[in-house]
Design a protein around this ligand. Structure first.
Ligand SMILES: [Zn+2]
Length: 271
């Protein structure tokens, strides 16, 4: 007899009702992270090195890199963060994520020489130690010069309030760059880790930090009705400023969003 598919992997039960939903379609219970799956995961962590190593990545996090590389954020660190930090980890989508072509890979100090390091994004981010800043890979300097996370919009030579920094006639979009990178490389990995750590351990600290971040993401998520102005290409009339045929995307690009949204949905199930 052919092996039967795992019915619990599908959201619609045999009688046509949505699994795990309560009044108004709200989630009443996990549908993917079933008791059976969680029991198996706990057993694997006890018995197998590969599972222990994977769970360690959930707790300690992967290194941040551009763009979809990191799978897990440091759940143990986030469990100790205050609510405000978790809420602010996902920037408002009122900050754009797309740069005009002439502003891509351009540094106010090093100019376009940074393209020899990376022609798309010669910047790195460290949202834990330097929230709302990007670091030039060539000189190691951080932008913008103001402390946006602390509500400071104007300090220093290179301020950016989310609308870009005009310097010597050229616009630099430090916070757009940050908002783009942090979503895929930090926010989604954080949600994945916190939801899985919560399922595996039952420790409510993971659940709390994850739920706050997920609520923030939901409150900032764009749509095509009353939140068109927050879509990926919103600042450019819904189309890429470089390739007019290219539309779509939500917080990030139309391709990357498919990976990110999947991560958010599993996190919703686990939190
Ligand atoms: Zn630089």
């Amino acid at each position: 007899m052919a092996e039967q598919p795992d019915q619990t992997a599908y959201p619609v039960a045999g009688d046509g009702t949505m699994r795990g939903t309560g009044p108004g379609g709200a989630k009443a219970e996990a549908t993917y992270y079933t008791a059976e799956r969680v029991t198996t995961a706990r057993k694997n962590i006890e018995e197998h090195d590969w599972a222990k190593n994977l769970f360690n990545r959930v707790l300690e996090g992967d290194e941040i890199c551009y763009y979809i590389g990191p799978q897990y954020g440091p759940a143990n660190f986030y469990a100790e963060c205050d609510d405000e930090f978790m809420w602010m980890l996902q920037p408002t989508t009122q900050i754009g994520r797309v740069l005009p072509p002439e502003s891509i890979a351009n540094c106010p100090v090093h100019g376009t020489a940074v393209r020899s390091i990376n022609p798309f994004c010669p910047y790195r981010i460290d949202p834990i130690n330097n929230p709302y800043k990007i670091q030039c890979m060539m000189g190691g300097e951080w932008y913008p010069s103001n402390d946006y996370a602390a509500g400071d919009m104007t300090s220093g030579k290179f301020p950016d309030d989310g609308n870009g920094c005009l310097h010597n006639g050229q616009y630099y979009y430090f916070l757009r760059e940050y908002a783009h990178m942090v979503y895929g490389s930090t926010v989604i990995p954080a949600l994945r880790s916190l939801s899985q750590a919560y399922q595996i351990t039952g420790d409510p600290r993971y659940g709390r930090s994850g739920s706050i971040l997920l609520a923030r993401l939901a409150s900032e998520y764009p749509n095509h009705n009353d939140r068109k102005d927050r879509l990926y290409f919103a600042k450019y009339g819904g189309r890429s400023p470089k390739y007019a045929w290219k539309t779509g995307g939500m917080i990030t690009d139309l391709i990357w969003e498919t990976f990110c949204l999947e991560g958010a949905v599993y996190a919703y199930d686990g939190l």
